[in-house]
Ligand binder design. Structure first.
Ligand code: ADP
Ligand code: ASP
Ligand code: MG
Length: 408
């Protein structure tokens, strides 16, 4: 008998039939004697619908009110799922994040979980109930509803699993595991059986949206065995675990990509101490996260400074830079929103030279121009034109034989 935290994503609870199917799935786990805590997302499309509604009322809605609105999506699902369970004769009880008391900081729309009061859940489990918790939400010290950022239900589930010391956290979704790359882009992408927290964290950070980044951080920090599985078919899914327990160590684990980036360049900046700070200081003050940064070698005492930001932040960042450029006496500010970041991830890179050059060679053979490059111990990222995304991912997937197990 185990304690399992299960999370069902939007598609898995997308209509009444699917909600009933989830209830039936949970009933089977109960029959096998397991204790189950279920975390659910809003029904598919609902969070986008609510965001759209807000936009129609006010183009810049206050983040606090947006959270009040967005959190309702998950509240609908917990009630419906509990009702479905009752119909099957299961004892079940639903809780919003605030009712559990998932305490977060007050950064609306991207709040972080600070603590979880688990006593109520433990009592319910002891009484033989299934506990159904709304994902993606919490409450801050003032009692305001907060949300955890898109994909945040994954983090609710892992955080609950950590707090309850669950035996496993299962993330049920519309694919049957973590793949070498997004199976919707590369049809011969291969399902990975086991992957380390570290690699999964890179994949998630670099754009693989199958798990929210913070959920993987949590899992790694508290050593929560995490599994990604399909809601619709049986299977072992993908286990995300520590390096010691990860027998299958591929050189390259996968390719991630991020379509949400945009690139900005301040050209003709005087090449002197403090320039990077004067450019990026105001950007970070505006709470805009900067990703890749490149400063060219100075020529004629002037240099070009390029970096990437989230596409949503592009316009604000550009306005800021126009001002900075004037102050610095820089030549001009240019930008491009039609770019993507493509990354190769794998712990094996630590001990193998030549991965990056093979990546560059492959892209060159396809005539794909690389606009920016950055590397770390276990990843190589490039920025390329958006139109080459699919071609780039597919050619790298083939070049590194990722469709075959245990290669290259
Ligand atoms: P949910 O609504 O269940 O949270 P998401 O849409 O957030 O589901 O995540 C599942 C999706 O993640 C898949 O449908 C798939 O298109 C995408 N995805 C991106 N990269 C990967 C990857 N490497 N492996 C599996 N799925 C991936
Ligand atoms: N409903 C939220 C979203 O669509 C949270 C989640 O599904 O994880 O991002
Ligand atoms: Mg998700």
């Amino acid at each position: 008998m185990a304690l399992i935290v299960q999370k069902y994503g939007g598609t898995s609870v997308g209509n009444p039939e699917r909600i009933t199917a989830v209830a039936e799935k949970v009933a089977k786990f109960r029959e096998d004697g397991h204790d189950v805590v279920v975390v659910v997302s809003a029904m598919s499309g609902e969070t986008n619908r609510l965001t759209g509604l807000a936009q129609q009322i006010n183009e810049r809605p206050e983040a606090r009110e947006l959270d009040v609105l967005l959190s309702t999506g998950e509240q609908v699902t917990i009630a419906l799922l509990s009702m479905a369970m009752h119909r099957l004769g299961l004892d079940a009880k639903s809780y919003t994040g605030g009712q559990v008391r998932i305490l977060t900081d007050s950064v609306h729309c991207k709040a972080r979980i600070v603590s979880i009061a688990d006593q109520k859940i433990r009592d319910d489990l002891k009484a033989g109930r299934v506990v159904v918790v709304a994902g993606f939400q919490g409450v801050d010290e003032n009692g305001s509803i907060t949300t955890l950022g898109r994909g945040g239900s994954d983090t609710t589930a892992v955080a609950l699993a950590a707090a309850l010391k669950a035996d496993e956290c299962q993330i049920y979704t519309d694919v049957d595991g973590v793949y070498t790359t997004d199976p919707r882009v590369v049809s011969d992408a291969r399902k990975i059986d086991v992957i380390t927290y570290e690699e999964m964290l890179e994949m998630a950070s670099l754009g693989a949206k199958v798990l929210q980044i913070r959920s993987v951080e949590f899992a790694s920090k508290y050593n929560v065995p995490l599994r990604v599985l399909s809601s619709f078919e049986d299977g072992e899914g993908t286990l995300i675990t520590s390096e010691e327990e990860c027998m299958e160590q591929a050189l390259i684990s996968g390719i991630a990509f991020n379509r949400d980036e945009a690139k900005l360049t301040v050209a003709g900046v005087p090449d002197q101490p403090g320039v990077a700070h004067r450019i990026l200081g105001p950007v970070s003050k505006a709470n805009i996260e900067v990703d890749m940064i490149i400063q060219n070698v100075g020529d004629d005492n002037a240099t070009d400074f390029t970096f990437t930001v989230h596409r949503n932040d592009y316009n604000i960042a550009k306005d800021i830079l126009e001002n900075v450029a004037k102050e610095l006496g820089a030549k001009e500010v240019t930008g491009d929103v039609k770019i993507v970041k493509l990354s190769l991830v794998g712990v094996g890179m630590r001990s193998h030279a030549g991965i990056a050059s093979k990546m560059f060679e492959t892209l060159a053979q396809e005539g794909i121009n690389i606009r920016m490059i950055s590397t770390s111990e276990i990843k190589v990222s490039v920025v390329i034109d958006e139109k080459y995304l699919e071609l780039g991912v597919r050619s790298l997937h083939t070049a590194f034989n990722l469709e075959q197990k245990g290669t290259p």
